[in-house]
Design a protein around this ligand. Structure first.
Ligand SMILES: Nc1ncnc2c1ncn2[C@@H]1O[C@H](COP(=O)(O)OP(=O)(O)OP(=O)(O)O)[C@@H](O)[C@H]1O
Ligand SMILES: [Mg+2]
Length: 615
């Protein structure tokens, strides 16, 4: 078997940029990142409208204070627009004021409409992306082999689906701000150069210092992000584990210890979360302090070096100063986004791991349609191990004849249920080890094969739903009420259902907690009988029943197995008296096989088991 999955929560040695990883993830779930172009364009239009409305504010205030708007004709861009107005408007100061005010209000309204549209489109995109990611993750989980779930923890998976998926896509939610800052920065840079290239040359190192300061912090946030993801997962594991084993916790009086364990994990996570937040929030003030200090140095340095007149006019210097401050704030938004990206690293790597092929233990079936068993199922030299260090089945060979009842007996841990697990295709067996009518079981499609197999497993699996839904689970055809009643009767459930006020529509609780062990088992039997499959597998199906009910159910089972190929595992050997063939498994190998009479005469392994049970 392959190697197990280790959730190491460690940084990959060479990582792709995070935004690329997010985009790759989006592509994988069928959402082209190009869909983001629309909201990003909207966000840019918002920025343009904002810039334009802000720049209109200056002549508006100027004119209002001077009570004269004639100067507006001289203002670049604005002047060329105003000139197109009719001469009577141009000559009238009040009308000019009204036009500029109208323009300002229109631009302001436009900006807000655009801004809301941007937020809406980004929100729509990210919520849909999250939905598709969850859907893809869940579909992926359903495709993994049982061994994957044997080796990982359900609490981790629940955290991954609910929390990590959300965190991994967080960068998408703020991408518009990131793009907006990038474009604004580019525009600022152009304006800065046009005002004074000398000053800009001196100002550039400021951004280099800012960049490296932020980068150092980003690396720390990234490292913390893996730790936070690890603790988040541990918290999920603990919650699910403890809440699903409450009776054990209570009977062992472990409430206090479990509370302490949970508190310790939650405390660790909270402290790490705080450290990451502290770092993330430190980026902005730190870069502001660096900017102010640098701006002061640059200004006085430049003025001292070049002289005031060689730099720019005083009003241009004012504007320049204003732009540098603004640029620094945009740089802050950009850094904040990089912080968000860094914080998404841990969850993102967990989510991406679900999409890799390693350690998923797929059981993929072949392409042949299984139309039902013709003459036999044969195991040939079947060996199997769940992990590398221990062989559970070794060179097992036997034949299950069509229409016959084959019993598998043997001590606990011998490998009986493992054999069933392989027949159920929960785990992949080695090629050419199980055959149905000479065809390797691996060549059949899983759907067509499992359609013909019904199982009552040793461990009863029930859903938090009604009795009816649990019995009908997996049955895709219409089931008439009469048929359901018949199956309830066969599984000796009619009397029990009669006592329930809501009958078959009664909710049976989480994993069927509202049912007794025997009732659960009978629900499982009813489910298998209703399936009407031609191969029926019963793994300790009646072990939780009293001998009276067992006898009654045994009759129903005997009826049901008539004409069907059945495999029955039972510790109580009396229940397999009618078997056509008994296979004795000991320590993963076949110790003996034959019918009851022969085995008793042989006085071998079966005889010993039989004699033990006689008393
Ligand atoms: N999912 C698993 N991963 C690793 N080892 C497993 C797994 N399931 C079972 N085993 C091991 O395989 C061996 C055979 O287990 P199996 O469940 O087949 O026994 P069994 O014969 O059905 O026993 P019982 O009569 O108690 O049900 C056991 O030693 C068990 O520890
Ligand atoms: Mg078993």
């Amino acid at each position: 078997m392959g190697t197990g999955i280790r959730y190491c929560f460690c940084m990959a040695p060479k990582e792709q940029p995070i935004i690329r990883q997010v985009f790759e993830l989006l592509r994988r779930i069928g959402i082209p990142p190009s869909y983001l172009a629309f909201p990003v364009c909207l966000s840019l239009c918002t920025a343009v409208a904002e810039g334009a409305s802000m720049s209109l504010l200056i002549p508006l205030l100027n004119g209002f204070l001077q009570r004269n708007f004639a100067f507006a004709k001289e203002v670049p861009v604005l002047g060329s627009i105003i000139e197109k107005l009719p001469p009577e408007v141009l000559a009238n100061d009040r009308m000019l004021f009204a036009v500029i005010l109208g323009g300002f209000i229109t631009l302001f309204l436009t900006k807000n409409v655009l801004r809301y549209s941007t937020v809406l489109s980004i929100a729509y995109f990210s919520e849909r992306a999250l939905h598709h990611l969850r859907k893809a993750l869940f579909t992926r989980y359903l495709s993994f082999g049982k061994l994957f779930f044997d080796r990982t923890n359900v609490g981790h998976h629940s955290t991954l689906l609910l929390e990590f998926a959300h965190l991994a896509l967080r960068p998408v939610q703020t991408i518009d701000k990131y793009m907006n800052s990038m474009f604004s920065l580019a525009a600022y840079f152009i304006v800065m150069i046009s005002i004074s290239w000398r000053l800009t040359l001196v100002a550039l190192p400021l951004f280099v210092v800012l960049h490296f300061t932020v980068r150092t912090m980003i690396v720390s946030i990234k490292k913390l992000s893996y730790g936070i993801a690890e603790r988040g997962s541990a918290l999920g594991k603990k919650s699910v584990e403890i809440l699903s084993t409450i009776p054990l916790v209570k009977s062992s009086r472990m409430e206090r210890e479990e509370q302490d364990n949970y508190t310790a994990i939650s405390n660790g996570k909270s402290r790490m979360d705080f450290r990451a937040r502290a770092l993330q929030e430190m980026i902005l003030p730190l870069q502001e302090i660096i900017t102010i200090t640098a701006v002061a140095i640059i200004f006085f340095g430049a003025l001292y070096l070049f002289g005031r007149d060689r730099v720019a006019s005083s009003s241009a210097i004012m504007v320049y100063f204003y732009i540098v401050m603004n640029a620094s704030s945009k740089f802050g938004t950009l850094s904040g986004f990089r912080g968000t990206l860094a914080a998404a690293t841990g969850p993102l790597s967990e989510v991406r791991r679900i999409f890799t092929e390693e350690g998923k233990f797929f059981v993929r079936g072949g392409s042949k349609h299984f139309a039902g068993i013709g003459s036999e199922i044969a195991c040939k030299d079947l060996s199997f191990s769940y992990d590398d260090d221990r062989t559970v089945l070794q060179n097992v060979s036997f034949i299950l004849a069509k229409g016959a009842m084959t019993a598998i007996v043997g001590p606990t841990g011998a490998g009986k249920s493992t054999l069933i697990n392989l027949f159920m295709r929960y785990y992949d067996c080695a090629p050419k080890s199980i055959f149905v009518d000479g065809t390797d079981i691996r060549e059949f499609t899983l759907e067509s094969y499992l359609e013909h197999v019904a199982l009552v497993s040793q461990e009863t699996l029930l859903l938090h739903d009604s009795l009816r839904s649990n019995i009908l689970y997996g049955i895709r055809r219409e089931v008439a009420d009469a048929e359901l009643q018949r199956v309830l009767e066969q599984a000796r459930l009619t009397e029990f259902v009669g006592k329930l006020t809501q009958g078959v529509d009664t909710l049976i609780g989480d994993r069927g907690v509202r049912l007794s062990g025997g009732e659960k088992q009978r629900v499982s039997i009813a489910r298998a009988l209703l399936k009407g499959a031609d191969i029926l597998i019963l793994d300790e199906a009646t072990s939780s029943l009293d001998s009276e009910t067992e006898k009654l159910i045994q009759e129903a089972i005997d009826e049901a197995v008539q004409g069907r190929t059945s495999i029955v595992i039972a510790h109580r050997l009396s229940t397999i008296r009618n078997a056509d063939k008994i296979v004795v498994v000991e320590d993963g190998s076949i110790a003996e096989e034959g019918d009851l009479e022969t085995l008793l005469q042989n006085k071998g392994a079966f005889f010993r088991l039989w004699e033990q049970q006689k008393f």
